[in-house]
Design a protein around this ligand. Structure first.
Ligand code: SF4
Length: 419
C-alpha cells in the first residue's frame, strides 16, 4: 500500500476563481534579477494591479512598467508594433542599466492576439548585444499568480548557455529565493562539497547558468512545471525531493542533492544536523498553540501541498482540505506521501463550493487568497493570506521558525480579539 496521499484521488474543480494573475510575479522577480526590466503590455487595470501589489509590499522600485494598450492601438496592429518599438527604444535609451527586458503579455494583449514573442525577437535583434528581449505571458486567463514566475523562467531556459560537454555534473537550484536564503543554501552546499551550484534566476543577467545533460535540478518552488519541462528538453535531470520548508523539508531537499553528488552520510549529518536541530527547536515552540488545529487550504499559491505537509508533520495541524490551483503529481509525489491518508485533495477552483465546504467543516485556520480572507474573517474564521508566504523568505532551516510563526500569529490575534 502506498503511504499517505501518494496515490490518493484528486478531486478536480472548474468554476469561478479568486486568484491574482501572473503579473504579480513581477513583484518578486524584479527584485531578484537586478538588471532586468518588466514591461507589461496591458491595460490600466494591469498597471493598477502591479502598482498596488508592489506598493503593498513596500519594496517597489521602478524596474517594471506598463505600456498601456489604448483605444487607438486597438485599431490596427501595425501601429501597435511601432508604438511598442518606440516605447522600448525610449526606455532603453533612458535606462542603460537594463540588460534583460521582458515583454509581459496580459489578458488584453492576448485577446487582441498581439504576438509578443515576435516583437521580442525583433527588438532583441535591434538592441543586441547590449540588451536581450524576451516575452512571456502573465495573463490571468486560466492561470494563477505564481505561474508568472514559471512562464518567465521557462522563457529564459532556451537562452541559457550550453554546459561544456565534458563538464562534471552541476547542481541547478530553480525558483526565485530571497538573497538571504540563497546565501544560506549556498553555504550548506559548500559544506557538503557539492559544486558547482548555480541558481535560476540569477541575480544578474550575465550570470545565466549553463545547462546540459550534466545538470541536476532541485526545484525550490512547486510551481515550475513548464520551466522543468524546458530544462529537461535541454537534457537536465530533476531530483525529486520535498520542498525546503521546515526542518524535515530542508533536510530532505538537501539529501536529494547529496545523494546525486555522492556526499558521504557522515558529512551530510555533520553539515545539516546543527541547522536541522535549530529549526526543530524553534518550530517546536509554536507546537502547543497549533497542534490539533484543523486546517483548510484554498487553492491560491501552489504552495498548499508542501505547506500542509510542513504544518501537519512538524506542527501537528490536521488538514481537512488541501486545495491547490494545479497539482504536478510527479513534482509533489514526495510531499503527497507525507500527508495523512484520506486528506481531501482538490485541484482547481470552484469558489462557492469550496466556501460551502469550509463553512461546513469549520476549520480553526484557513489559508486563502486576499479576496477571501476579509469576508471569512468577518464570518469568524481565522485566516492566513497565502500570498504572504510567497513574498516572505520561508525556505531553509533559518526561516523555519518564521514560517511556523506566520501560522501562529493569526490564531494569537484571534484569541486577543475574542478575549
Ligand atoms: S493581466 Fe488580466 S487579470 Fe491581470 S491585471 Fe491585466 S487584465 Fe487583470
Amino acid at each position: 500500500m502506498s503511504p499517505g496521499c501518494a496515490d490518493a484521488p484528486i478531486r478536480k474543480e472548474r468554476g469561478q476563481r479568486e486568484v491574482f494573475c501572473g503579473l504579480t510575479g513581477i513583484v518578486w522577480l524584479h527584485r531578484k534579477l537586478q538588471d532586468a526590466f518588466f514591461l507589461v503590455v496591458g491595460s490600466r487595470t494591469c498597471a493598477h494591479l502591479l502598482q498596488s501589489a508592489a506598493g503593498v509590499m513596500i519594496f517597489a522600485e521602478p524596474r517594471f512598467a506598463t505600456a498601456i494598450i489604448g483605444e487607438r492601438d486597438l485599431a490596427g496592429r501595425a501601429d501597435l508594433d511601432e508604438e511598442l518599438d518606440r516605447v522600448v527604444g525610449r526606455l532603453l535609451a533612458r535606462r542603460p542599466d537594463i540588460k534583460l527586458l521582458f515583454l509581459v503579455g496580459s489578458c488584453p494583449s492576448e485577446v487582441i492576439k498581439l504576438d509578443l514573442a515576435r516583437a521580442a525577437a525583433r527588438l532583441s535583434r535591434l538592441h543586441a548585444p547590449a540588451v536581450r528581449v524576451l516575452a512571456y505571458s502573465g495573463s490571468g486567463i486560466e492561470t494563477t499568480f505564481t505561474q508568472g514566475e514559471d512562464a518567465c523562467l521557462a522563457a529564459l531556459v532556451p537562452t541559457l548557455p550550453e554546459e561544456r560537454r565534458a563538464a562534471p555534473p552541476s547542481l541547478l537550484v530553480v525558483g526565485a529565493l530571497a538573497d538571504i536564503v540563497e546565501d544560506q543554501l549556498r553555504r550548506l552546499f559548500e559544506g557538503l562539497g557539492i559544486a558547482p551550484v548555480r541558481f535560476l534566476p540569477p541575480r544578474r543577467s550575465a550570470e545565466m547558468p549553463p545547462v546540459g545533460p550534466g545538470t541536476r535540478v532541485l526545484l525550490a518552488q512547486p510551481w515550475l512545471g513548464e520551466t522543468m519541462r524546458a530544462l529537461e528538453e535541454r537534457g537536465a535531470r530533476h531530483l525529486p525531493a520535498l520542498f525546503p520548508l521546515g526542518a524535515e523539508g530542508t533536510t530532505a531537499w538537501l539529501a536529494a542533492a547529496a545523494a546525486a553528488f555522492g556526499v558521504p552520510e557522515g558529512r551530510f549529518r555533520a553539515i545539516t544536523e546543527p541547522g536541522a536541530e535549530r529549526a526543530r527547536k524553534a518550530v517546536e515552540r509554536q507546537r502547543p498553540l497549533l497542534a490539533g488545529k484543523r486546517l483548510f487550504l484554498f487553492p491560491d499559491s501552489q504552495l498548499e501541498v508542501p505547506l500542509a505537509r510542513f504544518l501537519h508533520g512538524e506542527l501537528g495541524l490536521v488538514p481537512v482540505e488541501v486545495g491547490t490551483p494545479y497539482l504536478h503529481r510527479a513534482h509533489l509525489a514526495p510531499e503527497l506521501a507525507l500527508l495523512p491518508a484520506g486528506t481531501p485533495l482538490v485541484e482547481g477552483q470552484d469558489v462557492d463550493a469550496q466556501l460551502d465546504r469550509c463553512r461546513t467543516l469549520l476549520p480553526d485556520l484557513v489559508v486563502c487568497g486576499l479576496g477571501l480572507a476579509n469576508p471569512l474573517e468577518a464570518e469568524g474564521f481565522t485566516t492566513k493570506w497565502s500570498i504572504e508566504l510567497v513574498f516572505t523568505p520561508i525556505q531553509g532551516y533559518d526561516q523555519a521558525a518564521d514560517l511556523a510563526e506566520l501560522f501562529a500569529r493569526p490564531l494569537v490575534r484571534r484569541t486577543r480579539l475574542v478575549a
